[in-house]
Design a protein around this ligand. Structure first.
Ligand code: PLP
Length: 355
């Protein structure tokens, strides 16, 4: 049976990207050696990193004065590396969910943290608007897409201070005005690659402004200066990211990804609204195009486990909602197909017809 992958992360990648990565693991570019068993300083690996950097810059139209680096540690490590590198006295954080809260917790180890707004009181069903941002903050940290709760800031916020964004689950799904950010970071395993690498876009001028000592590996300058080659980087995830960024480019770049994201989400949200069994969980204007969350309407609540089983039996994978929200979550990252979304919609319609 054909499987449709709606996992929230690690998540679906284009088949050809997986095949190219698998092939490189068996025989890297005809060298007779696996990508796993060569030096990251080998002559034939440097072009992989160079190409990945070039593709990030091209896809996001990154202005000069910014560096692109690849780091290990998962997005969670950036929760600490960001304040280490950028927080001198005070930083502003927008609390839009679990990941934002975790980022805020780490920042408090380094200085004053101002929570500019929060939607915690409604279990993060919307993105706060019209909040004050202290003009003396070193940066405002946002989580552009809230993977767990299914809300998204699909725009580049106007802010009196530079932005730092956790774009782990929507990077490269739309055009971004990089000039508004001091730092954009993303764990790769949602929308770019396999787990194991973070992608960072860092404004060079914003580095070196804090007075504290920074341990070498946590100092972004170390990795900017060494071109992500200070120590052994995660070579296979970087290769996979490079291949996927190439795929994005060949599909028409981030504008094309944006268009497809809207197409997929429009189809699925329309069905959620139409179908008597289901309802969405977040405020319409803040709905994520990446993680589409929905629950059973109250009068059909007892059918939740049945629908999960029904959809699973028909090849849907990973649609169980996060425990903080319940219900269902269909993750529709760049690699998700219209066909996949239509298959899920058909399940919803057929299940409705039985009830
Ligand atoms: C998954 C996720 C993280 C955590 O990523 P790790 O790489 O597992 O540390 C952080 N932020 C967002 C928005 C995420 O979706």
């Amino acid at each position: 049976m054909k499987k449709y992958n709606f996992n929230a992360g690690p998540s679906m990648l284009p088949r050809e990207v997986i095949e190219a990565t698998a092939a490189a693991c068996l025989d890297f570019e005809g060298s007779g050696l696996s990508l796993m068993e060569i030096s990251h300083r080998a002559k034939n690996f440097q072009p992989v990193v160079d190409k990945a950097v070039e593709l990030v810059k091209e896809l996001f139209d990154v202005p000069s004065g910014y560096s692109v680096i690849f780091l290990a540690g998962g997005a969670s490590t950036e929760f600490c590396r960001v304040p280490y590198n950028f927080l001198e006295k005070k930083a502003a954080y927008l609390n839009t969910g679990t990941w934002a809260k975790k980022a805020m917790k780490e920042a408090k180890l380094f200085g004053e943290v101002v929570e500019v707004a929060s939607s915690a009181e409604s279990n993060y069903t919307y993105i706060p608007k019209n909040f004050d941002i202290p003009a003396d903050a070193d940066y405002l940290h946002i989580t552009s897409n809230n993977t767990i709760f299914g809300t998204e800031m699909r725009y580049d916020l106007d802010s009196p201070v530079p932005l730092v964004a956790d774009m782990s689950s929507d990077i490269f799904s739309r055009p971004v005005d990089v000039s508004k950010y001091n730092c954009i970071y993303a764990g790769a395993q949602k929308n770019v690659s396999m787990a194991g690498v973070n992608i960072l876009i860092v404004k060079d001028d914003a580095l070196g402004k804090v007075s504290r000592q920074i341990p070498t590996m946590l100092d972004y300058r170390t990795h900017v200066q060494s071109g992500s080659m200070f120590n052994t980087p995660p070579v296979v995830p970087i290769y996979c990211a490079m291949k996927n960024l190439e795929w994005v480019k060949n599909q028409g770049g981030v504008k094309a990804m944006d268009k497809r994201a809207h197409e997929r989400a429009d189809l699925l949200y329309s069905e959620i609204e139409r179908n008597k069994l289901f309802r969405g969980t977040v405020k319409e204007e803040d709905r994520s195009l990446m993680n589409i969350c929905f629950v059973m309407n109250d009068e059909y609540k007892e059918l939740e486990a049945d629908f999960l089983q029904y959809a699973t039996d028909r090849g849907m994978v990973g649609i169980k909602g996060h425990r903080s929200v319940g219900g269902f979550r269909a993750s529709c990252y760049n690699a998700q197909t219209i066909e996949g979304v239509q298959a899920l919609i058909q399940c919803m319609k057929d299940f409705e017809a039985q009830h």
